[in-house]
Every structure is written in structure tokens, then in C-alpha cells.
Design a protein around this ligand. Sequence first.
Ligand code: CAA
Length: 387
Amino acid sequence: MNPLLHLTETQGAILDTARAFCAAEIAPFAAQWDRDAHFDPTLVGKLGELGFLGMMLPEAYDGLGLDAVTYLLALEEISAADASVGVLMSVHNSLPSQLILKFGTDAQKAEFLGPLARGEILGAFALSEPDAGSDAASMRAQAVRDGDGWILNGTKAWISAGGHAGVILAMARTDTPDARRGSKGIGAFILTPDLPGFKVGKKENKMGLRASETVQLVFDNMRVPGCRLLGDPAQGFAYALQTLEHGRLGIAAQALGIARAAFEHAAAYAAERQQFGRPIGEFQGIQFKLADMATRINAARSLIHATAAAKDRGLPVGEYASMCKLFATETAMWVTTQAIQVFGGYGYTTDYPVEKLFRDAKVTEIYEGTSEIQRIVIGRAALKGRG
Ligand code: CAA
């Protein structure tokens, strides 16, 4: 047991549950899901039964009402077994659920939070567009008032689980083309796939995270009832960025799970693989790699848990969440690269798990804000004397 982890009784029980679930329901299938790019929709109900899809939602909505540290511990564990399941859990818990919890009306919370927490529906988040990635405020999806509702047109891109989601939190412009207001002219809408004009578009064929389905969503004259607008029609961008602070902590924990799995595989292999008449782990060149991997992984976890604990105390942690994502995801990329090196030629084959971890790690440096975007957030805060 890692002495840096001071687990409460609840955290220990959650981790035991996560480990048992991973052993029975994820680890035996993850390699095949990856080969087939297969998303298993039954996971949603199973994760919901464990409470893992409502970890931070209040008990009044059938959530577990847990803190961010406990949620991130569970997410690390699930992601170590399969990062595709990790991203499902992270997006669902961190983005749509938190957006509705923080900014929704009582009626919106009553309608959506229970089903989200119980895993009856999966949640998705639709901010990016084909031409609006890092520059999210340049989105073009347009919402036009229509009586007491809205008509939405546009295409959202890179939507994790968008084709399986029962609720999608989507951002669209509410300003007019002749009076653009930048980030101040964007609203957030609670969409469901039954709305007329809602279509699932292109499915991406990805390098990694292949068991997580990533699609475009097309809004074709989609009529959205007025009760589906979230909060102020001009504040959707601020809601999205504020909620992404939560999301970035989740992706940091996902990356940590990937890194830890790669380290554990590399350490076990180094202890058993014989070359020059002894286990390769007896060579300093390999020991130094394992030492650097372990050090970076523990540094990443310590930063994540300290930031999550500050968030649990109600403190603003925006730039620290960005530091967590930046450091943990670059750690995952570095550790998985080193793990392949420890395995040598075998690591480069699909017979061993480290090449999948390497492919899965890469996207963590890209989605929910690239490493460059995290550096912008951290750098801007530094200029204001924070950090
Ligand atoms: N909380 C609340 N408001 C915030 C905020 C936050 N964390 N960050 C910014 N805002 C507000 C600002 O205060 C500003 O309002 P004011 O003008 O009143 O001050 C407004 O939002 C615009 O902010 P900026 O001027 O900083 O906006 P910008 O255009 O310069 O962009 C950015 C800032 C950091 C680059 C931002 O666009 C960004 O984070 N881009 C990356 C987008 C991203 O992370 N996409 C992820 C897609 S989701 C995904 O990947 C999910 C998945 O499926 C895995």
C-alpha cells in the first residue's frame, strides 16, 4: 500500500468496489474492445448500479454525495483498467451532471439528475465544433428564438459517447450574426436525442481510446423547448469553462490511471525478463526509468489530490486544475513511452498491454483543453500573481 494515500473507510470501500468491478467487468474485455473499437452500452447501467455515475451528486438525486478526492480515486482505478471506460465516467460525472447541478432550475435537476446518477441515461458535453476547438468561443452553432423555444442549427464535434447519450449539454450562439458578442453570446442547452432534427453524424476512427465512441452531432432545424435552456442565454461559455475545471481534474485522474498501469506492467516485466543472465530490473538503466516513473506518478497524484481537496473546501482552483491536467497527462505520455522501452520489441506489439496504454495516453494531452491551453490558463493566472 502506498503510504502517501491516507484513505478514509469510505474511500477504501469505494476502491475495493472499483477494483472488483474492473477485475470482473473491464480488464478481461478491454483489449478486445480496443481491437474492435467496441463501446459496450451495458457498462452504463452497471456503473450506475455501483453509484459511479453520480459520485458527486447529492443523495437527494440518488447520487453518492461524495467529495472530489474520493471520486478521483475511483476514476484513477477504472482508468487503469481501461481509459475508455474512464472517459465515459469522467465526462458524465464532471460535465453534464455538474452543469445541471450548478446552473439548472429545480425542475431541470428533478428531471435529469436522478436518471444520470442511476445510470439510466448517459451524459455528454458538446462544446467543440469542426472549426472551433481550442478557440471554443468562435463556435458557429446557432440558436434562434422561436416562440417560447429555440431552433438550433450547427455541428458539434469530438463528442465522447454522443451517439449513446440520453442527455447532451450543448453550447450554441444566442447572439445574432449582425451583433456578435464573442464569449458573451453563447447559451447552454439541455438536449435529448428525441428532439426532432437531432442527428448523430460522423464517427471518428481513433488511434487510442477506441472503446470510447467519439462522434459529431448535427442539429438540423432542431426545435428545443424553452425549458431546456440552462440559466442565462448569454452565459453558456462561462458555465462551460467553469465546469471544465472539474472535467480537467477528471482527465488528470484518468491519465494518472493510465500511467500507473504502464508503470506496474513495466516493473513486473523488469523483474522477470532475463537478459545477460539476470532480470533486466537489476540494470541501473532500467531501475532509473522505474524510479523516474514512480516519482512522476506520485507527484501527479499528490497534486491532483491536493487540488481536489482544495476544491472540496470550496476554494477556486481553476489554474491548479489546469496544472493537474498538464502534469498528469504529460506524465502519462512520458511513462507509457518509457514502459514500451522497458518491454523492448515486445512492447511494440499488441501481445502486451503497454502499446494500448501509450495510444490511450496521447488524447489526454489534447481533449478538455490541450497542454498548450492549460499553459495559457496557468500563465495568465501567474501574471495576475496566482499559482
Ligand atoms: N470560469 C468562469 N468563467 C470563465 C472561466 C472559468 N474557468 N474562464 C474564462 N471565463 C470567462 C472569462 O472571465 C471571460 O469573461 P469576461 O470577459 O467577463 O472576463 C470569458 O469567459 C471568456 O474568457 P477568455 O477571454 O479567457 O476567453 P478566450 O476566448 O481567450 O479563451 C480559453 C479562453 C482558455 C482558450 C478557452 O477557450 C479554453 O479553455 N479553450 C479550450 C476549450 C476546451 O477545453 N475544450 C474542451 C472540449 S470538451 C471535451 O474535450 C470533452 C470530451 O468529450 C472529452
